[in-house]
Design a binder for this molecule. Structure first.
Ligand SMILES: [Zn+2]
Ligand SMILES: [Zn+2]
Length: 264
């Protein structure tokens, strides 16, 4: 470590890691959230009018969400630099050859990461809803009562740090192929932006299906924003069901929104 911190070349490399991660996150967030907003809130706005869960976000909501999200990009950039430091000091491994740790791990590490992220988010989110945390930290995200896809990264910097630690913590324990990290971050931003879309685009009956019902929907997270109570889960519905925190009106609200959809 001592040699790393006293070496200007290492600092250059770390700054490069910061720039790389900041730019990658900026592109991912900017492109995905903008595409989702243009598609659902502009191009298909009239067609999806019957599928609005509660209401459209205002221009002020969008500006605030984008502002906080830019702050989050700085935090994620710093975390990328921290991952870079862990890798070059040998505390973490991001590998290139798929077979290096076995094909089974190459294939299973993405589902494992999704399960880990889902559990990590659920329990840190429950913590963020403790009164002090909600007032001083998580309240920033809950200022969006009718969120837009730009709310995907609209966090207080402390919450951005908590959320962003999910990958560095995993890398301290297991090696990950770079394909897995790319797929993990793309899945994350697409479903995150979709979860804040304010309109329900999943088909009728989705939430009552034996398999699909285990995946969260936009309605699931929108109801969380509506009252800041219940539906704390991220990708799957099971933690809320196991812990009795799923909103009792979830299925009925989903049915009401999808049932009111206009015929295409
Ligand atoms: Zn949210
Ligand atoms: Zn919350």
């Amino acid at each position: 470590m001592e040699t790393l911190w006293s070496d200007p070349a290492a600092w250059q490399a770390l700054l490069g890691g910061w720039r790389f991660n900041f730019t990658a996150e900026l592109l991912r967030y900017g492109l995905v959230a903008t595409a989702m907003w243009v598609l659902l809130h502009v191009l298909l706005k009239r067609r999806l009018a019957g599928r609005v869960i509660d209401g459209w976000p205002s221009a002020g909501d969008l500006r605030r969400e984008i502002g906080y999200s830019i702050g989050t990009l700085f935090v994620f950039g710093a975390l990328g630099m921290a991952v870079f430091a862990l890798v070059i000091t040998g505390h973490a491994e991001i590998y290139r050859e798929p077979a290096r740790h076995g094909w089974a791990w190459y294939v299973l590490s993405l589902p494992a990461m999704l399960l880990w992220h889902d559990a990590y988010f659920y329990w840190t989110h429950r913590l963020l809803h403790r009164p002090w945390w909600l007032r001083h930290v998580h309240g920033v995200h809950h200022r969006s009562r009718q969120p837009s896809p730009f709310a995907a990264y609209a966090f207080h910097p402390v919450e951005a740090l908590i959320n962003g630690l999910v990958t560095p913590l995993a890398l301290l324990v297991v090696p990950l192929h770079w394909h897995v990290l790319v797929a993990f971050s793309l899945h994350q931003i697409v479903r995150n932006a979709h979860g804040h879309a304010a309109v329900e685009i999943m088909p009728r009956g989705f939430v009552r299906h034996a398999v699909w019902g285990r995946f969260t929907t936009t309605t699931h997270h929108h109801l969380h924003h509506e009252t800041a109570r219940g539906n704390y889960g991220l990708w799957f519905t099971w933690w809320d069901r196991w812990c009795g925190t799923e909103r009792s009106d979830y299925l009925a609200r989903f049915d009401a929104t999808t049932g009111a959809a206009r015929a295409p």
